[in-house]
Design a protein around this ligand. Structure first.
Ligand SMILES: C[S@@+](CC[C@H](N)C(=O)[O-])C[C@H]1O[C@@H](n2cnc3c(N)ncnc32)[C@H](O)[C@@H]1O
Ligand code: SF4
Ligand code: SF4
Length: 359
């Protein structure tokens, strides 16, 4: 089955959506912030704001943002259904949403924990997808370990889904390496091959905490560049340095500058990336959220608004950048070189902290 990966896909979207001069090539659309799992380091887990704002994007809003009348112009644009606070398979009108995206000429990348959906549900899903689409299952371990991080997951559902989907669409397995599964890399690779998935990616998490985090792998090969850099950024930002000194040590390398993965949140806001939506009313993105509201403005209006332009100036310095940008995309001077070395050429500001095996 031919399949163009993100990095091979030519930038041929003809709609005139630009991100500060870069053509927009994909959106990370969080169609719902619902989920049935409670992964401990997920932004939704234990977050009262998510509980109070449980929602999903209405089908008619998605139809307005990506209209069928623009089908030709939307060709080549990717919709990545990953998000930050939820899992797309729990949108109550999931199949109608996918049917619309496909009718509008978009390609779809589903990313999910794979639990609590029946074989019939997956049958319906695969029937809507074609060779431009993909499903990534986030499965961090095997039958005896996946549930340790993926709390409430159901192994039998996941395996049934992977077995059904793998011969029909492009299926990937994403495996975050933790202390409790780091000994299962080879077994997971063998199972992936047996299930017929197209690749398995061992992901180095950036979310390990300082000190003795029980999730942190013992093998330092599974601790990535981003995690090490973030630890340093936290230290520097909490040291109360004068702005000029902070700016000497930290630069902002905006991952969003690649024109990939602009975020449409479950609440209906368009942001440069999924990290911008936050419960914290003090953040720059929260305070300015009405400028990013897709119920008020079109995608084009948000992308050309003065607020969007304002960001460009704020990013010039770590001391003026929104806090989430300094946290997520701030790079300490000691890590500048390793960031450049570990980045993909189509995403020069983001190290690819993964080990990927294709079959
Ligand atoms: C909020 S999830 C949404 C997609 C889907 N629910 C899932 O888990 O795949 C967004 C991404 O965060 C990843 N993720 C969750 N916990 C993580 C961790 N501790 N470290 C790194 N990535 C993590 C997920 O694997 C997924 O790729
Ligand atoms: S499955 Fe995804 S959205 Fe759900 S809790 Fe885990 S990481 Fe978060
Ligand atoms: S955190 Fe800020 S700088 Fe980084 S990708 Fe998101 S919006 Fe861009």
């Amino acid at each position: 089955m031919p399949h163009a990966t993100d990095s091979e896909q030519p930038a041929k979207a003809a709609v005139d959506w630009q991100f500060l001069g870069v053509p927009v090539r994909s959106f990370n659309v969080e169609i719902t912030n619902r989920c049935t799992l409670s992964c401990p380091e997920c932004s939704r887990t234990g977050n009262p704001w998510v509980r109070e704002n449980l929602t999903q994007l209405p089908l008619d809003l998605l139809q307005r943002l990506f209209p069928l009348s623009q089908r030709g112009a939307l060709a080549g644009l990717k919709i990545n259904l990953c998000g930050t606070y939820g899992d797309c398979i729990y949108h109550t009108r999931f199949h109608q949403v996918i049917a619309h995206f496909k009718a509008a000429g978009l390609s779809v990348m589903i990313e999910t924990n794979g639990s609590h959906r029946s074989r019939d549900w997956w049958k319906k899903t695969c029937a809507l997808l074609d060779h431009n689409d993909s499903i990534t299952f986030s499965v961090d371990g095997l039958q005896d370990t996946n549930h340790i991080y993926r709390i409430n997951s159901r192994w039998e559902d996941i395996i049934r889904a992977m077995e059904y989907c793998a011969p029909r669409v492009f299926v990937s397995w994403k495996f975050i390496v933790f202390r409790h599964n780091e000994h299962q890399i080879e077994q997971a690779r063998e199972l992936a091959e047996k299930l017929g998935v197209r690749d398995i990616t061992f992901k180095k998490s950036a979310r390990f905490r300082d000190g003795d985090d029980p999730l942190k792998p013992k093998n330092s090969a599974y601790i990535g560049v981003v995690n090490r850099n973030r630890r340093m950024i936290r230290e520097v930002r909490s040291a109360g340095l004068p702005p000029a000194e902070l700016d000497r040590r930290v630069a902002i390398r905006q991952n969003c500058f690649s024109g990939k993965g602009l975020a449409i949140t479950a609440l209906g806001y368009l942001y440069p990336c999924t990290n911008c939506e936050s419960a914290d009313t003090a953040t720059w993105f929260y305070r300015n959220r009405e400028h990013f509201n897709l119920r008020k403005y079109s995608i084009q209006e948000v992308l050309t608004s003065s607020k969007w332009m304002e960001l460009q100036k704020l990013w010039h310095k770590a001391s003026t950048a929104p806090g989430i940008c300094a946290h997520t995309c701030g790079v300490h001077r000691d890590f500048q070189r390793s960031y450049s070395k570990a980045a993909r050429c189509d995403r020069p500001n983001k190290p690819d902290d993964v080990i990927r095996i294709a079959f």
